[in-house]
Write a protein that binds this ligand. Structure first.
Ligand code: HEM
Length: 541
């Protein structure tokens, strides 16, 4: 196997990664010395103590002792698959990214996940699901790190440790996983009422998907894009599963959690193995890039708000088909490192305060999860393009860099003019899209447009069919019924009163508590049919 050689002036991307089949009939140490016996340690006589000088014993046990790496702090449990994305070319009017152009085929790796459970937890719990995609584009890696719910719990990333601490198992007993029997979870969402929207999606059938193959995916945040003419627009990314959106019933989810905790993982693997390749269409909701970044009264920088599809239809821009299972779970599904900051020319982040914190968090956590700064050299994380960074050394460095001048510009290693576009050619060059930064004083505050925590929750509730509403009522009743603290149940009932009177009174009856009156005036929005697509294939016709 050819060693991966990186030079300071150009990366030898043809060099194969170190693939070791471990299928030879003989055994060696890690340094290649052939061994005669791996079943008996070296002892002072047949019945004597083991000798410290037994290098093979120590190497074998030491390596085993260090096999585990920390699980992800969130989204620890996941399942991955390789795929191919093909652009339709329909995004050209708004986005110049090469992988979206007509007919361009881009390899992808997807990791689906639950959020709160540990690595060994059950698949079918009521929870949000991660839907993270790495596109190995010709212009470098683009990661779309999304969820199966289009809004998020919090408006500012500074609260992320708080919401996760509230949702994870109690620190004393380390039970339960996911969101049942959870005073801390309901304490948080009833105090931080911006979380009510995401929570209602969790309590709906979306919280218990039938399969990773029947889940939508959402980039959640608004992104800023640019076309070849330099015009900018705001977009939201959507994945639409070709099989439609389907969920389990709560009874099915609970039974499966006990009978087959690997239900979703197995379903994905088996489907791909059988050639029933899961397919998802990528779509864009497009909004004008106005200075306010508000669309029809909806603040596009508030990640607890979505834009209903009848106000901005999702326009299909490409298709991803998952065609291969990982060959090594650890090497691929466990070691893959996604990051919202992995952007390609034509796509940029916005000032959404949630994505701004995410831009910091992912690399930071991966530095400890993957043991140092060189995790982008792990095969699943490597771009399929040439890399020519000036990054050197560090833990788990696998590249043998050559050259004496790891800085640019230099006059020693061939000159290396480095300013992209110095010759006027900016094709394939990533640039942050110019944007006016709001003027003002440094403040810990947010705009008043973030203050409405209820009208979209009510809109979601009203868009549900009677059966779906019944499921939501039962989910709130079941989950809140597991709280020990009555004040928490009462506070959450107050939140439900601010969403809908019938929802509140039915859950209150189930809990044996009085239903409070709303503290805000309830709006009467039109039901939003596009929000309720359970069971529909995509495209709808
Ligand atoms: C992991 C989505 C918000 C921090 C993940 C993963 C997904 C995801 C899908 C799993 C990636 C994988 O499969 O390896 C989202 C979405 C968010 C969000 C859609 C909001 C819209 C945040 C925020 C923070 C954060 C606000 C922190 C400020 C993390 C961390 C991981 C993670 C630390 C673990 C990454 C790793 O160990 O590789 N997130 N997340 N996320 N997320 Fe988020």
């Amino acid at each position: 196997v050819a060693p991966a050689v990186r030079t300071a002036t150009g990366n030898d991307v043809d060099a194969e990664p170190t693939v070791r089949a471990q299928r030879e009939t003989y055994l060696t140490t890690s340094t290649g010395v052939r061994l005669r016996d791996t079943d008996h340690s070296l002892k002072a006589g047949e019945r004597g103590p083991t000798l410290l000088q037994d290098h093979h014993l120590r190497e074998k046990i030491t390596h085993f002792d260090h096999e585990r790496i920390p699980e992800r702090v969130v989204h620890a449990r996941g399942a991955g698959a390789h795929g191919v994305f093909v652009g339709y070319g329909t995004a050209d009017t708004v986005c110049k990214a090469a992988f979206l152009q007509e007919g361009v085929e881009t390899p992808t790796f997807v990791r689906f996940s639950t959020v709160l459970g540990s690595r060994g937890s059950a698949d079918t719990v009521r929870d949000t699901r991660g839907f993270a995609t790495k596109f190995y584009t010709d212009e470098g890696n683009f990661d779309l790190v999304g969820n199966n719910i289009p809004v998020f719990f919090i408006q500012d990333g500074i609260k992320f440790p708080d919401v996760v601490h509230a949702g994870k198992p109690h620190p004393d007993r380390e039970i339960p996983q996911a969101q049942s029997a959870h005073d801390t979870f309901w304490d948080f969402v009833s105090l931080h009422t911006e979380a009510q929207h995401h929570t209602m999606w969790n309590m709906s059938d979306r919280g218990i998907p039938r399969s990773y193959r029947t889940m939508e995916g959402f980039g959640v945040h608004t992104f800023r894009v640019q076309n070849a003419e330099g015009e900018t627009a705001l977009v939201k990314f959507h994945w639409k599963p070709r099989l439609g959106v389907h969920s389990l019933t709560w009874e099915e989810a609970q039974l499966l959690g006990g009978l087959d905790p690997d239900f979703h993982r197995r379903d994905l693997y088996d489907a791909i193995e059988a050639g029933a390749y899961p397919a998802y269409e990528l779509g864009l909701q497009v909004f004008p890039d106005n200075a306010e970044q508000v669309f029809e009264g909806i603040d596009l920088l508030d990640p607890t708000k979505m834009v209903p599809e009848e106000m901005a239809p999702v326009q299909p821009v490409g298709l991803m088909v998952l065609t291969a299972n990982p060959t090594n779970f650890f090497a691929e599904t466990e070691q893959v490192a996604f990051h919202v900051g992995h952007l390609v020319p034509g796509i940029d982040a916005t000032d959404d305060p949630l994505v701004q914190a995410r831009l910091f968090s992912y690399v930071d956590t991966q530095l400890s999860r993957l043991g140092g700064p060189n995790f982008n050299q792990i095969p699943v994380n490597r771009p399929h393009t040439e890399t020519n960074d000036m990054l050197r050394d560090g833990f788990h460095q696998h590249a043998v860099h050559t050259g004496v001048a790891p800085y640019k510009p230099n006059s020693l290693d061939g000159g290396c003019p480095f300013h992209a576009g110095a010759d006027g050619d900016l094709a394939g060059v990533f640039e942050h899209l110019p944007a006016k930064v709001a003027e003002g004083t440094k403040v810990r505050a947010q705009p008043a447009s973030f203050d409405d925590h209820y009208s979209q929750v009510r809109q979601f509730w009203l868009s549900m069919s009677p059966v779906e509403q019944e499921h939501i009522i039962r989910a709130y009743t079941f989950e809140l019924g597991k709280c020990y603290e009555q004040t928490i149940k009462e506070r959450q009932l107050q939140c439900l009163a601010n969403i809908d009177a019938r929802l509140c009174s039915e859950v209150a009856t189930g809990l044996g508590l009085p239903a409070p009156e709303p503290t805000i005036a309830l709006q009467e929005p039109e039901p939003s049919p596009a929000l309720s697509q359970v069971g529909e294939a995509w495209p709808p016709d």
